[in-house]
Design a protein around this ligand. Structure first.
Ligand SMILES: C[S@@+](CC[C@H](N)C(=O)[O-])C[C@H]1O[C@@H](n2cnc3c(N)ncnc32)[C@H](O)[C@@H]1O
Length: 291
């Protein structure tokens, strides 16, 4: 990035007009499903200001660049700018406790008895990976008892944001991001390394955990998802929340289609009000696939 837009420097690009904002609103709705019906002009400006300054262009010119130029990676960058990637390890701990108590023991039983060969999870909208890794830490305690050589579970973790996916794949977290994890979890799943400037520590996910997770870029708005697996748990938390009402329903149903019979789709505790005929509502935000 240009030296001038780093640090505390505030680039001063003129805010988008209503007309300009409307073009971007349609773009994020049509291509990402995001609901920008409530005024999000401040968000658009906050996220694009520095990039426009860097390129030396205005909102109309940037829009034309996005629409016309298929050669550059600008569309990918734009998606990265406008998506919201807030996440944390064991976000909403009660959900992970619920999984530990209610889902993992029966899955373990099925593996032990030979009824099931493999367990598959999907962290859908995984951001920088904390959700997928948290699920894997939780499962490891259970699955690790089964075999010393091979874990029977694998996790698919997807997101539209390429920057988030790269971070997730690298699995390197600052002290700030891991400081609330129990020491036992840190010892077992992370390697501490000095940061580049040597002033702090970074925490790198160990390979035996990383190797169980496949990180991929996927847009929920794509008609076809290139996924051949059926899952036992799909975590799709704090993702549908950002979508337009009609997109939420379509993506929600599509996810249910990727569950094994008896598998669970788990939303965040605040994402309630969904209905379906193909799954039983176990809790306001948890669905179990019937048949
Ligand atoms: C707030 S984060 C949620 C992260 C994690 N699931 C959690 O609850 O902590 C929402 C994620 O959804 C992703 N996202 C937004 N629109 C998407 C789309 N159309 N397709 C795939 N992922 C999308 C964003 O990039 C972002 O990383």
């Amino acid at each position: 990035m240009d030296q001038k837009v780093q640090g505390n420097f505030q680039p001063n690009i003129q805010k988008p007009s209503d007309e300009q904002y409307f073009k971007y609103k349609l773009l994020v709705e049509n291509e990402l499903g995001l609901d920008w019906s409530k005024e999000k002009k401040y968000l658009l400006h906050g996220r694009l200001n520095a990039r426009l300054f860097e390129l030396g262009i205005n909102y109309d010119q940037y829009y034309d660049l996005l629409i016309n130029d298929q050669e550059t990676k600008e569309k990918e960058l734009f998606y990265n700018f406008v998506t919201t990637n807030k996440t944390e390890f064991f976000r909403e701990p009660s959900i992970f406790l619920w999984i530990r108590d209610n889902i993992l023991p029966p899955l373990r039983e099925q593996i032990v008895s030979g009824k099931k060969k493999k367990i598959r999870f999907w962290s859908a909208g995984c951001s920088s990976g904390e959700e997928a890794y948290s699920l894997s830490f939780e499962t490891h305690a259970m699955a690790g008892m089964l075999s010393h050589e091979k874990e029977p579970y694998r996790i698919l973790a997807t997101d539209i944001n390429t920057q988030a996916i790269v971070s997730a794949y690298k699995g390197i977290y600052s002290h700030e991001l891991v400081k609330n994890l129990p020491q036992s979890v840190l010892n077992k799943f992370f390697v501490p390394v000095p940061s580049n400037d040597g002033r702090s520590k970074l925490f790198v996910i160990k390979d035996f955990i990383k190797n169980l997770i496949q990180f991929r870029v996927l847009n929920f708005l794509d008609e076809h998802y290139p996924i051949a697996t059926q899952f036992d748990i799909i975590l799709c938390r704090n993702v549908l929340y950002y979508f337009k009402e009609e997109v939420r329903k379509v993506v929600f149903e599509k996810m249910l289609g990727y569950l094994n019979p008896g598998g669970y789709l788990i939303l965040s505790g605040t994402e309630t009000g969904y209905r379906t005929r193909t799954a039983e509502k176990i809790r306001p935000n948890i669905f179990r696939k019937t048949n």
